[in-house]
Design a binder for this molecule. Structure first.
Ligand code: ATP
Ligand code: MG
Ligand code: MG
Ligand code: MG
Length: 468
């Protein structure tokens, strides 16, 4: 019998409580931080404390933090370990304990509580972090061969945002066995990116502040920030190949199989689409519950992109009616015990999701028509036209590509990318500005009006299906 995700979450938090940590609830996905779009790690809510701007109430804290990372969106479903939404377990020290305790407790938890076989564990440290090396080697007893020194790209964390607390880190990996992608199986280590070594826990030794010019200044107090991915922990404890094969995802995947009439595990590209839908449905449910609404800017734009991507994958699976609003219900019933906001706001989340799905499906239809007329007497689509299709009609470039394939029509991709970049600039500008706050305002008002009303979308859906 394996440990469930819920059991791992609880055992981790209990363990750190036994080391005098105070357990705090997850903060919102929307950080109280103008530098950041989403909460990307467990440390985000504590940034001002690390920074020395706010005095901590507790010196030792442990959390399970909901996180969204969009930098991993292309990896979702393609690597075993990436999602856009995931939970990060973490223990934190604000000017209290430092490297030695952080390392020893991580090791104790992993080997004595999770009982992971020591011979399969490897660690990485920052290039010149001899202190971390000697703790791992001399005090914990890990052989030199299994302690890898890596550079800034791998073993330096932060800052989260353009400035802020950061520092060298040390990561723990588990050996999942040689695979066919490895260029050099005899010398494979966590430095290799073949996927053999799975990173699951990052211990960050936060002792610097990075300023606007990129200079590192020592913080007054040294801190500890660790991040242990719960979904990855579950994949290890349940001895399955990917995060999507754990009990954290199975009910969601089952629901997708039911609704879309597809079989998980039958075909590689279809599995990618199923995993993307499962992940994105979780992101959508959590984002909307935390107050994000689809829009053309900032967070709302990210939500819109994620939702549309999921719809696209639905259509790749041959399904072209709304379905996500039904998957988010499973997310809420599966995760609602830990995150009650999912249940409290479910009817609202479903309503928003269904509206956005319907809107996208009809813009796809219009986009297709629009594209056909654009192509009547032309052999090329300009960057601006491609951008308009994407931005106004919600018709993505990949669809345009599919449709013109074999027709000899040329696409100005560079012009399109340039227009996209201008759009992204606008998106960045919108974080924290009035327009974004405007969204929240509308949301709050809407929620107050409809929050506890009964969801009526099903009836609308039935009417719609009757027409289709
Ligand atoms: P990777 O190198 O695998 O992309 P990372 O180094 O970017 O991970 P960290 O920033 O160190 O990740 O985050 C701490 C921990 O959070 C990771 O060790 C992992 O367990 C978990 N984690 C990070 N990103 C994701 C993700 N996209 N999906 C699921 N878990 C994640
Ligand atoms: Mg990453
Ligand atoms: Mg990494
Ligand atoms: Mg890492």
């Amino acid at each position: 019998k394996y440990m469930t995700g819920a059991e791992i979450r609880e055992s981790y938090l209990k363990f750190f409580e036994s080391k005098d940590h105070v357990r705090l609830p997850s903060a919102s996905l929307i950080p109280n931080d103008p530098q950041l779009m989403f909460t990307v790690a467990g440390m985000v809510p504590f940034k001002p404390i690390f920074w020395g701007k706010v005095e901590p109430t507790y010196k030792r804290v442990a959390t399970c933090q909901k996180c969204v990372r969009t930098n991993d969106i292309e990896n979702v479903g393609r690597t075993p370990r990436h999602q856009t939404f995931f939970e990060m377990l973490g223990n934190f020290s604000f000017g209290d304990y430092f490297k030695r305790e952080a390392i020893k407790w991580a090791w104790e938890y992993v080997t004595e509580y999770l009982k992971l076989p020591e011979n399969l564990l490897w660690v990485s440290i920052y290039l010149d972090d001899d202190e971390a090396f000697s703790i791992w080697h001399e005090e914990v007893g890990i052989s030199e061969r299994k302690i890898v020194r890596l550079g800034k790209d791998d073993n330096w964390w932060g800052p989260a945002g353009p400035t802020g607390p950061c520092g060298p880190d040390s990561e723990i990996f588990i050996d999942r066995g040689v695979n066919d992608n490895c260029p050099d199986p005899d010398n494979c280590s966590p430095a290799c990116n073949c996927g053999r070594f799975l990173e699951f826990w990052n211990l960050v030794f936060t002792e610097y502040n990075q300023d606007e010019e990129g200079n590192l200044v020592y913080l007054e107090k040294k801190n500890i920030d660790t991040g242990f991915g719960l979904d990855r922990a579950a994949s290890i404890m349940q001895n399955v190949n990917t995060n999507f094969d754990t009990d954290m995802f199975i009910p969601i995947i089952d629901r997708i199989q039911d609704i879309l009439s597809v079989k998980y595990g039958a075909q590689k590209e279809r599995d990618v689409s199923i995993k993307v839908i499962a992940d994105h449905a979780r992101s959508i449910a959590f984002m909307i519950s935390d107050g994000v609404l689809p829009s053309n800017e900032g967070r709302g734009y990210v939500l819109r992109r994620v939702l549309r991507r999921a719809v696209r994958h639905g259509s790749l699976l041959g399904y072209d009616r709304p379905f996500l609003y039904r998957i988010v219900e499973t997310v809420a019933s599966h995760m609602g015990d830990i995150y009650p906001e999912l249940r409290e706001r479910l009817s609202f989340t479903q309503e928003i999701t269904l509206k956005e799905e319907e809107r996208f499906l009809s813009t796809l239809e219009n986009g297709e028509k629009r594209l056909r007329t654009m192509l009547v007497d032309k052999k090329e689509l300009t960057g601006e036209e491609l951008f308009t299709l994407h931005d106004t009609y919600g018709f993505p470039l990949e669809l345009v590509k599919e449709m013109v394939e074999g027709t000899g029509v040329k696409l100005d991709r560079e012009g399109y990318e340039a227009a996209m970049e201008r759009q992204r600039e606008r998106g960045r500008g919108a974080i924290g500005n009035r327009e974004y706050l405007g969204d929240v305002q509308v949301y709050t008002e809407l929620f107050e009006k409809t929050g506890n009303s009964v969801f009526t979308g099903y009836r609308t859906m039935r009417d719609r299906s009757a027409v289709i």
